[in-house]
Design a protein around this ligand. Sequence first.
Ligand code: ADP
Length: 401
Amino acid sequence: MIVLVVNAGSSTLKCQLIQTDGKIRLMKALAERIGAAGACMEVAFAPDFREQTVPVEGCTVPECLSILLDMLERDPDSPIASLDDIQAVGNRIVAGGEYFSESTLIDDEAFEKLTRCEELAPLHNPPADACIRLLRERLPHTPEAAVFDTAFHTTMPPKAYLYPLPQRYYQDYGIRRYGAHGTSHRYAAQQAANLLGRPLKDVGLITCHLGNGGSITAVNHGESIDTTMGFTPLEGLMMGTRSGSIDPAIVTYIMRRDSISFEEMDRILNKESGILGVSGLSADMRDVLAAADAGNEHAALAVDMYVYRVQKAIGSFYAAMTRTDAVVMTAGIGENSAELRARVFAGLAHMGMILDLEKNDVTGQIGVNRIISIDDSPIKICVVTTDEEMRIARETSALVD
Ligand code: ADP
């Protein structure tokens, strides 16, 4: 089955066209820094995957998708003759609330529920829903599926998913921890178990998805038992533009001091904080690491704070687990930044997580799942390349079948 996978992030759009029977990629597209000056989309078609760069400055996420559909329809190198060749669409959805505990086909009822979940992930769900809306117009006869980031975390026990608030907020409003990046944590855990040569059900893992958004999950015997993201993807680690966990009293204090609205406060916490807010430069870890190397103190502080919060989260999940066999690093920063990994694990050797600096070196190793701890490290450290799109394609094809 030919499946178009749509992964709409806060400032990114990743799409792939995948022939699921042979796990063959037919098209890859990536738009980054959407909304920023000079935003571009790289599009590459099989078989040679020569990249075409399409300017998308000033475009929204669904507008980028629309441009991509035009290319699939008209480009002489397109691997399909018409959009009718797309047999299904798989959408990655960050938050499914309590409505969705597994992947689903999107009919009118499901779409209505999806729009109700938007407030749970205000950066991600609205652009994803806008993409679904666009696809329903342009591919009206093609089945569409939603694959949720929250589904993997439905195994968390109440002590992990409930907040110490009056219970009526859970009962009446569904306020609880839902977590996110579930498909990535599930995949990272399985790949790490493969690297360890042990069945997933026998191992304890701490999976670290460190990208623009970031979350860490305690995976005990293959099940998520706790995760850093909460009711929304704002909780937990410091992220590109999100504050992560802060004293909740700060929110009401700032709102009173500056007389600002809820929407404004939401924007500050979700879009102006995190690495961007502290560095004052960029939300992109590559830029901030480069600035820190060049002596920028704010950038250096942002990196220090980021590393410290990752270390604290790993430590707290070590305490939550009954055993920890490996820590797994994945996503943009986790997979690609040897420097960040070196800094995180420099502080964790006393817990038995001992990095091998040579194996950690990325030269020639990008995209290779591997163990990067020293041979007798009591807890192994793994790097796993996340392949979210392939998993979404296969799940979509199974649902449509
Ligand atoms: P998203 O959460 O949007 O899917 P990604 O998983 O692609 O994002 O991660 C994007 C982040 O990864 C950005 O902060 C980017 O700077 C960072 N990143 C990518 N490559 C590197 C690298 N070589 N070194 C440091 N950071 C990197």
